[in-house]
Write a protein that binds this ligand. Structure first.
Ligand SMILES: [Zn+2]
Ligand SMILES: [Zn+2]
Length: 281
């Protein structure tokens, strides 16, 4: 089972991969570009080639995350255009980094209503995916349902995927904190959720798990990450993901709040303890 965390790409892919390895991770996530901006980015090709080779040699799985300020459902033509251009570029950067997928948040309908928002999101996805044919998948992330965010549950996410012209280019990123805050699962309903995820076909398309505890309570619809075992979900409930046979081939990425990346070393160790503890119980 692959366990890792989000790391900085500031010093390039090779350094990011080395840092991940030093933290005890065999998977890691990086931003394609500044998460708060959409400025086009020129990547260092030499570094990318070196980094990809390093990851291959060390069997490290790379995940990319796209900036937050795009909106796949925006009614505004100019923001839609920027979103499209930016995400097509993110897919190409992710491919150059050897990433299996580029995570993107589901759209916000910003008051236009959910029906409009979903339709617009599918439209935008089609324009993006028409322009990208590489091996990296676009990974739609479930949301906590903050504000006008859409895409909280497996059915909606599968409907979006199925209604695009390119379902094969779309996978999912499942965030444990978002799903908990959206009221999708908790300790009591974990098995029910997995069954639903399987029955809807959602589970087989999950390519990465964002493994986070939640500062905000169940069904609060607030996106506030917390360290594993320190939040409202708790380690006993989160451990169910680590022990679930059906999820064992999916990389788990921590996006928990840290002051320094070095703190992830301890948290990854803790995850490894949770994996082995209670096995075969
Ligand atoms: Zn996430
Ligand atoms: Zn989040």
């Amino acid at each position: 089972m692959k366990l890792g965390c989000h790391v900085s790409i500031a010093k390039g892919l090779t350094k990011a991969a080395e840092q991940a390895q030093a933290l005890g991770a065999d998977t890691f996530q990086i931003f394609t570009k500044n998460p708060r901006g959409l400025k086009p980015k020129k990547i260092n090709v030499e570094d990318a080639i070196k980094g990809v080779a390093f990851c291959k040699e060390n069997e490290i799985t790379v995940i990319c995350h796209t900036p937050y300020i795009t909106n796949l459902s925006t009614p505004k033509a100019d923001l839609q255009e920027v979103t499209i251009r930016s995400i097509v570029e993110d897919l190409n950067i992710a491919e150059a980094y050897g990433a299996i997928g580029a995570v993107v948040h589901c759209g916000k309908h910003v008051g236009e209503g959910e029906e409009y928002g979903l339709k617009r999101m599918i439209e935008t996805l089609d324009i993006i995916l028409e322009q990208y044919d590489g091996p990296t998948q676009l990974l739609l992330e479930n949301t906590a349902g903050q504000g006008t965010e859409m895409g909280l549950d497996p059915q909606t996410l599968m409907n979006i995927r199925n209604q695009t012209n390119y379902p094969e280019k779309i996978g999912f990123c499942f965030d444990t904190c978002h799903a908990f805050a959206a009221g999708q699962w908790n300790e009591e309903t974990f098995e029910e959720f997995i069954t639903l995820a399987e029955e809807t076909g959602y589970l087989e398309h999950i390519k990465v798990i964002h493994f986070n505890d939640s500062k905000a309570p169940f069904k609060s619809r607030k996106d506030r990450h917390e360290k594993i075992g320190k939040g409202e979900i708790g380690s006993k409930a989160l451990q169910k993901f680590l022990h679930c046979e059906k999820l064992k081939d999916i990389p788990f990425i921590l996006e928990t709040p840290v002051e320094k990346e070095e703190e992830y070393k301890e948290e990854i160790l803790y995850l490894k303890e949770l994996v082995s503890a209670g096995k075969g119980e």
